[in-house]
Each structure stands twice: as structure tokens, then as C-alpha cells.
Design a binder for this molecule. Structure first.
Ligand code: SF4
Length: 220
């Protein structure tokens, strides 16, 4: 079976799902807080935590840097691992305001420098750092998540445990360096993963089944 070129995969997904205006968050602060809270959590639970922070007028990093940790833990409890995440949020917020005059100043750094800096902050892994770069800083950085890994391994036969940056380069190397494209493609992967390419995939209804190695091997 001939491998489906990545840009064609995007076109097929876009045809099926349309343009996805994705990653909820009205401000850069909210996007970053969401990116940290969504670690090992479903977005539905993150939404409850964000709503608590909003009601308490604490949905910004400046406030999080000074708020009492017990209160912060209580607000974000629905997102799970709340003690660890409260420490991460506080650590992140304190880092910014100890080193920069504002979040915007930090996010305006060169992409490579910003990524390196984000990765040096405790609790910020590659997926979180790249989500911050893409959605909060507004710089083209392809985000790899568990859906992307799973889908790539099924459609292309790549190693399901492929190293994060290897898959990131494999995908971003085949498409233009375009912010809106990166955002939408990430959203398309998530949508395909949620709707069809679940742990137990719904291949018969999948819009890209004709190009999928997994389907070609398992279809009867
Ligand atoms: S055909 Fe099945 S395995 Fe392939 S991408 Fe679609 S849902 Fe996933």
C-alpha cells in the first residue's frame, strides 16, 4: 500500500471535519493554564477547573503567582493531580515574573530560545511547551500528542513509541511552516482520534480508511 502523503492526509481530514477553530482560551494566560491543567486529564475536567479559577478571578498567571496554594489546589482539583499541577502553575508563574516584566515579553523570544526556556521550567514537557508556543505565543510549532502518535502508527505503520521530536520533524518537514495550518492540523488529529481512531478504532466509518495500513491489514 502506497503511503498517503501528509499534506493529502490533512486535505482529507479538512474535507471531513472542516476548519477547526480550536484550543479554547480567551487570553494567553488562559491558554497556558489550560495547557498545564490538561496534562493527564480530559478537557471536560479541565473546563471545570478553569471555570472555578474564572469565578474566583484567578484565571491569570499574575494572580496565580501570589494566590495561596491551598486555594489554588481547591480550584483546580477537578483536573486531577491537583497538588502537582498547583505547584507547576505556581512555579511557571513565578518564573515568568522573576525573569520578565510580562508574559508577552517572554513569549516574544525567538522560537528555539523560547522552547528551550519552557523546557527548563519544572513540569513543562515537550507537548506542553509546544502547545504554549503554538497557541499562546502564536508561532508555528507542530504539537505531537497521544492521538497524533496513535494515528501515525496506524496509518503509516510508524513506531507507536516514536520519539516526540522525530515524529514532529517527520510531519512538519512535509508541510509549509504556517501557523494556522499547524493549529488546524493538530486539531484535525485530535478530532480523528476522538471520533474514529479511538483505542478501539471505528475503522468502517473512518474518512481515511482507504489510506490506512492498519485498516488494510484488519479489514475483512
Ligand atoms: S482506518 Fe481505523 S486505524 Fe486507520 S485511521 Fe481510521 S480509525 Fe484509525
Amino acid at each position: 500500500m502506497k503511503a498517503l502523503p501528509i499534506p493529502v492526509l490533512y486535505a482529507k481530514l479538512r474535507e471531513r471535519f472542516g476548519y477547526l477553530d480550536w484550543w479554547p482560551g480567551e487570553t494567553r494566560d488562559e491558554i497556558i493554564i489550560g495547557a498545564i491543567l490538561t496534562q493527564q486529564a480530559s478537557w471536560k475536567n479541565v473546563e471545570k477547573a478553569i471555570s472555578n479559577l474564572r469565578s474566583a478571578k484567578c484565571l491569570n498567571l499574575k494572580k496565580i503567582s501570589t494566590i495561596n496554594v491551598n486555594s489554588l489546589e481547591r480550584f483546580i482539583r477537578p483536573s486531577g493531580f491537583y497538588k502537582q499541577k498547583a505547584a507547576r502553575l505556581k512555579g511557571f508563574a513565578r518564573y515568568i515574573f522573576s525573569n520578565y516584566s510580562s508574559l508577552d515579553q517572554m513569549l516574544s523570544n525567538d522560537t528555539g530560545e523560547l522552547r528551550e526556556e519552557l523546557l527548563s521550567i519544572k513540569g513543562i514537557g515537550k507537548e506542553t511547551a509546544d502547545s504554549i508556543i503554538l497557541y499562546a505565543a502564536g508561532k508555528p510549532m507542530f504539537v505531537i500528542d497521544s492521538y497524533t502518535k496513535r494515528i501515525a502508527s496506524r496509518i503509516y505503520g510508524s513506531d507507536p513509541d516514536i520519539e516526540y521530536d522525530e515524529l514532529r520533524f517527520d510531519i512538519s518537514g512535509t508541510i509549509p511552516d504556517d501557523l494556522e495550518l499547524y493549529k488546524d492540523f493538530h486539531a484535525q488529529f485530535v478530532e480523528l482520534g476522538k471520533a474514529y481512531c479511538k483505542t478501539k478504532p471505528l475503522c468502517n466509518e473512518c474518512p481515511v480508511k482507504s489510506y490506512c495500513r492498519y485498516y488494510s491489514k484488519t479489514a475483512r
